[in-house]
Design a protein around this ligand. Structure first.
Ligand code: BGC
Length: 459
């Protein structure tokens, strides 16, 4: 195996998707709580009120981490458990909850890798314009400072936001996520306030913890076209600009690509950059946290028909190859895309990468006797880990890997219908049953360890 000695092995979850207990412990409401209450937004009306009940079962779940043999665990913190109104009063019970989680991880020799905000926004901030209001960036910096102050003695790995590009396009440009707006002119201003939030928070946190390591988590897709012709390649380049480069270039160079600002102007967007906004942007990532699931395929389309992951009216449509295997989501399974995108990130930005999410939803079921033989997930993980090895051989610095996810959980708009876990959760009883992929991943990590030696928690 070509994984470097210091390569970290982990699994990831996010607060909203696993915790449940949405009305316990002094937690305030979020945009997703409100979104879920709107009829027709979530598959079969599922809610996250109980989810995988991790709020009460974290000790059992962390024992699974020990059994799995991972050295790192990516978790997110619920903003409204800490600041129920998004800003202002601190809820000590929320801080205590995460303090316990961190201690329980460290006691097991597992390094906590924290994401400060994974998809959700406190409801009062969402109702006040969400990421279109720069006061939300100020509130994020306040929240990040409170969490960091409380845990910087025990946590060194920090990421600010999860998948800014995907959530902003889905929420402000396509109505799929809250706030369910449908106006492309709002996308870049909403992204910009998140770039301010990230970079100003990192500047502050770094100053308080010079030996901490800071990044952001994003999806970054290989954008391909299956059609011949310059117009189709131009369509792919445009999606690359709007989806990938819109959220990452600025955090390396301190400026948005000129073509991106030109596009914003062309669609009638208003000026949104104020003096000083980007002073901390350049170099505000020590690493990029990559979530990779699949490549995206596009074609030029004068009618601008868009697609499930793409807005209408931008002269592009999403296309589908018919000769690739797919996950239960219908997403194409293309490990070569992973190797390619890792190389792209390396070539463009020259920074190290953590794989903060990678995995697949498959139609898991329990066979008579109790086994869950998710061979399709094993194959997905195996081929994608091989792709990472390839990228490392190509010269990309990959620091670690988090499989998504430790346990089945609340899969956003799909509710409980899509399962990503290495551990099966019977949501009726909350019983956890490791799937075959759990044993496979444990062996993979153990084999890597015999080459790498033991890694101990970074505290
Ligand atoms: C998100 C996760 C989600 C996963 C699968 C990522 O976009 O960060 O929260 O569960 O993809 O859809």
């Amino acid at each position: 195996m070509s994984f470097p000695t210091e390569f970290h092995w982990g699994v990831a979850t996010s607060a909203y998707q696993v915790e449940g207990a949405t009305a316990e412990g002094g937690r305030g409401r979020t945009d997703w709580d409100e979104f879920i209450d709107r009829p027709g937004t979530i598959n079969r009306g599922d809610t996250a009120e109980i989810a995988a009940d991790h709020y009460h079962r974290y000790a059992e779940d962390f024992d699974l981490l020990t059994e799995l043999g991972v050295d790192t665990y990516r978790l997110s913190i619920s903003w409204t458990r800490i600041l129920p109104d998004g800003t202002g009063a601190v809820n000590q019970e929320g801080l205590q909850f995460y303090s316990t989680l961190i201690d329980e991880l460290l006691a097991r020799g597992i390094t906590p890798f924290i994401t400060l905000a994974h998809m959700e926004l406190p409801l009062p901030l969402a109702e006040n314009g969400g990421w279109l209001n720069r006061a939300t960036a100020d509130a994020f910096i306040e929240y990040a400072t409170v969490v960091h102050e409380a845990f910087k003695d025990r946590v060194h790995h920090w990421t600010t936001l999860n998948e800014v590009s995907l959530t902003t396009w889905a929420g402000y440009g396509m109505t799929v996520f809250p706030p369910a707006l449908d106006d492309k002119r709002l996308v870049l201003p909403a992204i910009h306030n998140q770039m301010i939030a990230h970079s100003h928070a990192v500047a502050k946190l770094r100053a308080a913890q010079p030996d901490g390591t800071f990044g952001i988590v994003g999806s970054y897709w290989p954008i391909w076209t299956l059609e011949e012709g310059a117009d189709h390649q131009a369509a792919a380049d445009k999606i690359d600009l709007l989806y990938n480069r819109s959220c990452v270039d600025v955090l390396v160079t301190g400026a948005y690509p000129a073509e991106l600002l030109a596009w914003h102007e062309e669609i009638g967007g208003e000026d949104f950059i104020q003096e000083g906004d980007l002073v901390h942007a350049a170099g505000s990532m020590d690493f990029f946290g990559l979530n990779y699931y699949n490549p995206m395929y596009v074609a030029a389309d004068p009618a601008g028909r868009g697609g499930p992951g793409m807005p209408t009216g931008i002269g592009i449509r999403q296309t589908e190859p018919d000769d690739v295997p797919r996950s239960a989501f219908g997403w194409p399974i293309v490990p070569e895309g992973f190797r390619e995108v890792l190389n792209t990130i390396h070539d463009r930005y020259g920074i190290p990468v953590w794989i903060t999410e990678n995995g697949g939803a498959f139609d898991d079921y329990t066979a008579p006797g109790g086994a869950i033989n998710d061979e399709d997930r094993i194959s997905y993980l195996d081929t994608h880990l091989t792709a990472i090895e390839g990228a490392i051989e190509d010269g990309v610095t990959v620091l670690g890997y988090f499989a998504w996810s430790l346990i089945d959980n609340f899969e956003w708009a799909q509710g409980y219908s899509k399962r990503f876990g290495l551990v099966y959760v019977d949501f009726a009883t909350q019983q956890r049953t490791p799937k075959a992929s759990f044993g496979w991943y444990r062996s993979k990590v153990a084999a890597a360890r015999t080459v790498q030696g033991e890694l101990t928690a970074v505290v």
